[in-house]
Design a binder for this molecule. Sequence first.
Ligand code: UFG
Length: 360
Amino acid sequence: MTERHSPLASGAATILLTGGAGYLGSHTCVALTQAGYQPVILDDFSNSDPVVLDRLEQLLGQPTPCVRGSTADTKLVADTLKQHKAAAVVHLAGFKAVGESVAEPLKYYANNLGGMLSLLQAMASTDCRTLVFSSSATVYGDPATVPITEDFPLSHTNPYGHSKLVCEDMLAALRHANPGWQTGVLRYFNPVGAHPSGLIGENPRGTPNNLMPLLAQVAAGLRPHLDIYGQDFATPDGTGVRDYIHVQDLAQGHVAALRALLAGQPSFTVNLGTGRGQSVLEMVKAFEVASGRSVPWRLAPRRQGDVASCFADTTLAERLLGWRATRALHEMCADAWRWQLSLSGQTQPTPIGRPGSRPP
Ligand code: UFG
């Protein structure tokens, strides 16, 4: 079902953007449009809100065409590709909660693998064979060393990670069978932050799984404290180290990947991270500075499956795509905080003078 129409900009290459109303999708939609592409969103709104379309229109000054539906609907995808004469697909639709994937594996295999299979069938049937695919650093499992380069051994520890690996394998098989396929596989590290306008950002349903939205909710007083999962990792302060990357930088990475593929560059697989690792305690401090609020925390046992340290070697993305992340940690935190305030209907930080708690 087509939900919204708008005249397509003449001459702009049309890009089917699956999951375009989601967290990463909405930022990528803005980046693609500002780079001169015409995104057409395909989203089933299973984990996103149609109000995002209004926010995108506010930001872009024009509506973005949107088709409401699933990538599992092969006919719908093929019809959409044909109708809009899409030059390429950026595929972001998929489930991403690690814990949920362990509890409900079939849901993940059905959606992430079924959706990918159907999408690729639709693309093959319409001769659209250029794809940017959202993969994840989770495909490196528990890396033996850091920083991680793209040739590190691959493994999986949960159905979500397995689904990403199988999708990468599907693309490799397609390229082998038909060199006409051009694919850009992007292995994201930890996307955080929000658009600086405060109009779009991550709006997790229920309890967030990830650190940054939890930090924001604790700072906003919506939660009493943050649980820090483990302080006995082999890291400088004992807490887990990750490569947090601003979602705006990640969105730019998609534009760079698409541009390279459309210019005829051979298929590639690259890490999208900053190349720097931050510990949980460093994140708490950075968020306190950005928000002007205290973030009480307490120690909790390690979370099952968490690795000590995970950050990217970003050399390959820089060499192949001419892309690198430019936004610093304080921007990630400031933008996440602005978004949190807009979610709770506030416009300015109003320090509440709540003392931070520290473990004895
Ligand atoms: N953490 C806490 N307390 C919390 C939440 C997280 O201490 O309440 C810690 C974690 O232990 C970890 C760090 O904060 O050290 C980051 O945790 P996230 O859940 O934000 O992110 P992960 O690195 O665990 O997972 C992310 C994505 C996954 C992806 C993975 C790949 O959410 O989808 O990166 O590296 F698979």
